[in-house]
Write a protein that binds this ligand. Structure first.
Ligand SMILES: [Mg+2]
Ligand SMILES: [Zn+2]
Length: 180
C-alpha cells in the first residue's frame, strides 16, 4: 500500500509572500523544500497538496491561472522523481461556507475519492492552525512548521501543547521518515 503525506503549499513548499502567489515568478521554493520533496519520494511517499486559494473567488486570478502556477512547480519536482498525486485547491472565500476551505476537510475527501486512497493516519504538514485543525478533524497527524505563518501559529496555538513543531518542511520530512 502506498504511503501518503499531505502538504499545505504556501509557507511550507514555497515561500509565503503574505500575499497571493498570482504568477509563476512569485513561486519560490522554501529553503530545503525541493530536496525534502525528493527525500519523500526516495522513501516511497506520495504527496497530496491541500491549499486554500480564495484569491480565485476574490477575482484576483482564474482557476486556470492557479493551475498554471501549480503545473509550474509540480513539473519541476516530477522531473526529479517526486510523485505529487494531486494539488487540491479550495477557491472559496470564508463567507461562502464551503466544505473544502481548511479547516474543513473537503480537500482531503476529494483526494481520497479521486485516487481511491485513505489519508487517515497520514502526516499533514502545514504552517497555519487551520492546517492543524483540518488534519485533526480528518484523523491525520499534524506537523506545524515555523516557516510562513508558522511562528504566528505557534504563538496562537493555545491549548495544543502536544503539537509537533519543526523548523521547516525539511525537518518535518526527516521526522516522518524516522518515524515510519
Ligand atoms: Mg500555508
Ligand atoms: Zn472551498
Amino acid at each position: 500500500m502506498s504511503k501518503y503525506v499531505v502538504l499545505d503549499r504556501d509557507g511550507v513548499i514555497n515561500v509565503d509572500l503574505f500575499d497571493y502567489v498570482l504568477d509563476t515568478k512569485d513561486f519560490k521554493f522554501e529553503k530545503g523544500s525541493f530536496d525534502a520533496l525528493i527525500k519523500l519520494a526516495e522513501n516511497d511517499f506520495k504527496i497530496i497538496v491541500a491549499t486554500n486559494q480564495k484569491c480565485i473567488n476574490l477575482g484576483l486570478i482564474s482557476a486556470e491561472g492557479i493551475e498554471e502556477i501549480n503545473d509550474f512547480w509540480v513539473s519541476q519536482v516530477t522531473e526529479v522523481g517526486v510523485s505529487v498525486k494531486s494539488v487540491e485547491v479550495c477557491p472559496h472565500r470564508d463567507e461562502e461556507m464551503c466544505n473544502c476551505r481548511k479547516p474543513e476537510t473537503g480537500l482531503l475527501e476529494n483526494a481520497e475519492r479521486k485516487h481511491n486512497i485513505n489519508l487517515k493516519d497520514s502526516y499533514f504538514v502545514g504552517d497555519k492552525l487551520s492546517d492543524v485543525e483540518c488534519a485533526l478533524r480528518h484523523g491525520c497527524k499534524p506537523i506545524l512548521v515555523e516557516t510562513g505563518y508558522g511562528l504566528r501559529s505557534i504563538a496562537e496555538r493555545g491549548h495544543r501543547e502536544n503539537l509537533i513543531i519543526v523548523k521547516n518542511l525539511a525537518a518535518a520530512v526527516e521526522m516522518i521518515i524516522n518515524e515510519t
